[in-house]
Write a protein that binds this ligand. Sequence first.
Ligand SMILES: CSC[C@@H](O)[C@@H](O)C(=O)COP(=O)(O)O
Length: 367
Amino acid sequence: MADQDLPVVRWQEPPAGPAVVLLDQTRLPFEEVELACTEVPALVGAIRRLSVRGAPLLGIVGAYGVALAAARGADVPAAAELLAEARPTAVNLAYGVRRAERAHRAAADGGAGPEGAAAAALAEARELHEEDARASASMAEHGRSLLAGLFPGGGLRILTHCNTGRLVSGGEGTALAVVLAVHRAGALRRLWVDETRPLLQGARLTAYEAAGHGMPYSVLTDNAAGSLFAAGEVDAVLIGADRIAADGSVANKVGSYPLAVLARYHRVPFLVVAPATTVDPEAADGSAIVVEQRPAREVTESAAGVRAAPAGAEAYNPAFDVTPPELVTALVTEHGAVSPAERDSMAQLCSMSRSGELRSGNGMMDS
Ligand SMILES: CSC[C@@H](O)[C@@H](O)C(=O)COP(=O)(O)O
């Protein structure tokens, strides 16, 4: 296995750059290989094929993408549009893009010139990168302390879905950062890792991160989760989120909703860990969240391109599903934990998130 020491994203200055350099997640867990994107279309392609993925990281990368366009003298609004639309569900992507675009425009309007405006976009991307690292550390501590209160004896068996660790973040991640804090506190008995069909973010990426941290973990097929609950082997479910609506509905990797149903039936806490930038106050409820549909071949073929279904088979392949707020025990953000059932807490969380305002606009938000 690789060493896990390359950054998940970094900015490359000239002469090798300007470039946004990504740790190519399609090559993990077998190879740690960097992918240098020197132009925005290459970066958009990398986002679409999931060389880089996970909501908070998409936001950071989107912001660096705007900085890249500016540094290359490209059409920044056009590049921002391309980047923001590369994937539709994770609200953080458009949020990061619009933030950097706004910084670029403000500098240009202030007479900074092309180089100064490009520097302003890059500074904004770096700021978002650092903010996300700080948010990650706060979420980890809030989540750990919530679980310590619920399970004072430790010995936790946590089930997680998809990948939510350092590979999705400026820091140690969202849900997996909480698991890591529990592990460091000596309170993790086992991490159950859903393989996460069809692209195996759990089996490939979460298992890779769990192994790197020396966690006790087991990979299971998504379908095996029910029997694990039935056997009383799951104490808590922790997942991340790609977008959280104003009513507390949570869009996350497809397969999250069935876990929430299982957790409710078996009276197991279902915790969603995400930075406030994942809250979209403009999405009133789950029906307002666009769910990305992925190509059929991801389901009808194996990862190696070997056909699993008859030629011409059609497929249903949504990348995400939406869990209604009544199934979510708590949302853990950098500001603390809230129950989505508490309307006042949700309203407060919405007011702390600027993702909705920045997501859809042209970066002209007043502030
Ligand atoms: C903090 S990570 C939360 C989500 O982004 C994660 O669980 C997820 O669903 C990622 O999906 P992906 O399609 O791999 O980008």
